[in-house]
Each structure stands twice: as C-alpha cells, then as structure tokens.
Design a protein around this ligand. Structure first.
Ligand code: DAH
Length: 339
C-alpha cells in the first residue's frame, strides 16, 4: 500500500513540476486534484482499508496530499512571477488594472506640536538641547533635590537599568547637564522621551514626551516666567486663551506653580463664562531653587531663573481634540492620515 501511494505521489509531482506556464499549471491542477484526477482515483477510501492499517495509511495519504498542495502553490507563485516579469519586459501595460493610490507621508501629531514649540521658543531666543534617555539617578533625582525617600525614586514607579541608572522620568535632568557645561545666560528647551511605570490607559502611558524649558540670567523674576508661558499658550492655541497660575510643589523650584488653561466641551475656551468649562493643568513650572543653581556652581546671589516642564501628548490632545493617548503610539493610518 505504501509503495502504491509513493508512486502516486511521484507521478503527481512530475505533472505539477512539468507545467511551464499558468495555463499548463491549470491543466496539471485538474489532472492531479480534479474530481476525476489522480488523487481522487489513487488515494484509498478509508472504509476499504483494513482497520489496523487505517492510522498509517490515513496519515500518509494526508501528508502526500498536503505536500502536493504546497508544491502546487509554490509552482503557482513561481509561474505568476515569471509571467509578470515577461509581460513587464515586453512593455505590456494592463490599463484595466485598478490604480494604486500611494499613501502620502505625513508628520506625526507629536512632531507637529514639537515643531511648533521649537519655533515658538526659537522666537524667544531659546535653543534646543538634548540629553540622555538612560540617565544617572544623580541627574534624574539627586541634583534636582528629589529626596532619597521620594516615591518617584522607587523601582515601582521608575524603570531602573542598574543600581544608579534609570530611564529618565522627566526631562528636568537636562537642566542640570546644561548648566554644568554653560555659564549664564542660559535659554534652552530640551524635548525628549520619558519613562514611568504607569499602566496604559486612555490618559497614561509608560513612555511619553516632555519638553523642558530653562532660562537663567541676571534679574529673572516670576513675572518673566508668567509672561513667557502666557505667550507660549497664545502662540500655540491662538489669542484669547485664558490661563492661570496656581501654587504647586516641585523639589527643584521655589516657588513652584502649575499653569492651567480654560477648557470646555468644544476645546480651548475663550469665554470665561462658558458653561461646562473647567481648568485643565497643562504644565509645571517655577523659579529654579537657589540650591540647584549652587549645585551646578552658579552664583545664586547674582543669577536667578525659571524652569518648566510640559507634556507633549497633553498639548497635542488639547490642540487636536484627541481623547486617547494610545492613538499616538498605535500607528493606525486612519488616525495618522488626519494630520
Ligand atoms: N518635571 C516635572 C514633571 O515631570 C515638570 C516640571 C515642573 C519641570 C516644574 C520643571 C519645573 O522644570 O520647573 O512633572
């Protein structure tokens, strides 16, 4: 029985391999797999096989059948490819084929917002600096005056790479690295990715983006901070936006504040009396703590400065009316094509 099956297999293989064009392959298909083809005639009906041989014969028959089907598919791909190549070489063009519409490349909404911020701050005289994403805990925490027992240092909140190396949890570390290597005046923004151990949902993600800002010079006051950030909000969202500063706490600034923006069901609200509007926090900021300035060797009697940190996803969600942070990372064309 096995010999008979093997012979059948060999014959079928020969027929398939002998086909040298798509039409002859179609003939081969009928001869091998067709209703009156080789397999129908040659493969045994199970009820005719003695019971004790059924497992072996059944298995072998199936193997042969699927092997032949695979061989057929392979041959079909080869021959269609050859046919396509030939017709292309002959300069044939099938004008009845539907055209393919190329998807135009577009900038990601986070890139758009970042470009906006870079442009706006370039106008204020700030330059862009970069810092490492894998950061020493000294820069990420210690130099920012974040105490040893602060929860952000916990490995349940932050991704540690080594004992004192962490995936940065905020871009503020770049402030320190910048001040260590430059003398005032300093005016920089530092955009980049940051990491926190957050479960992913509509408003949280373990990886997101911030832009840090820092200005240090003689005579800088809280009024400069407010003026700069108010101008940022107007540039980004258009004139008439309503913002407010409320007290907050960050270890590396004193005093610290957050800036909120007036926000309604239809987006940024320009009407203080608009119903259902509320304050939405969009960034943290403050006057750089004199101790932080001293830590990097600046004379804190002579220099003062302000700093801020803003989440890019949050800004993009506000500006474009996006209600789920996951959309930024899923690379769904239907979402990306809208920008
Ligand atoms: N690093 C803060 C955060 O991730 C944001 C921040 C607040 C940055 C105040 C600053 C600042 O530079 O001065 O929440």
């Amino acid at each position: 029985m096995e010999d008979k099956l093997r012979a059948l297999e060999a014959e079928a293989r020969e027929i398939i391999l002998a086909a040298d064009s798509l039409p002859t392959l179609e003939e081969a298909r009928v001869r091998v797999f067709g209703k009156k083809g080789l397999l129908t005639a040659g493969l045994p009906q199970m009820r005719e096989v003695p019971a004790e041989q059924r497992p072996v014969v059944g298995k072998l028959s199936n193997q042969i059948k699927s092997g032949l089907e695979a061989l057929f598919a392979e041959r079909q791909t080869e021959l269609s490819e050859t046919a396509r190549r030939k017709s292309r070489a002959a300069g044939e063009l099938d004008v009845t084929l539907p055209g393919r519409v190329p998807l135009p490349g577009r900038r990601h909404p986070l890139t758009l917002i970042l470009n906006d911020l870079v442009d706006i701050f370039a106008g204020f005289g700030f330059t862009v600096v970069d810092g490492p994403e894998v950061e020493l805990s000294y820069y990420n925490f210690t130099a920012l005056a974040i105490p040893e027992d602060h929860p952000a240092r916990d490995d349940r909140d932050s991704f540690y790479v080594g004992e004192s190396v962490v995936l940065r949890t905020e871009t503020s570390a770049v402030q320190i690295r910048t001040m260590e290597t430059r003398e005032p005046p300093v005016r920089i923004i530092a955009p980049g990715r940051v990491y926190r151990r957050d479960a992913v949902d509509a408003t949280h993600c373990h990886t997101f983006h911030q832009v840090e800002g820092l200005l240090v010079d003689e005579g800088i006051s809280f009024a400069d901070l407010k003026g700069t950030l108010y101008a940022l909000a107007e540039e980004l969202f258009g004139s008439g936006v309503i913002v407010r500063f409320t007290p907050d706490y960050f270890p590396f600034t004193e005093p610290s504040a957050q800036m909120g923006i007036w926000y309604g069901p239809g987006g940024i609200s320009r009407d203080p009396a608009a119903p259902h509007s509320r304050w939405l926090e969009i960034l943290g900021c403050g006057m750089v703590d004199p101790q932080v300035l001293e830590n990097v060797g600046y004379d804190s009697e002579r220099y003062t400065g302000f700093a801020f940190g803003v989440g890019l996803e949050r800004l993009a969600m506000l500006k474009y009316g996006i209600d789920d942070i996951r959309l930024f990372f899923e690379n769904d064309q239907r979402f990306l094509a809208q920008f």
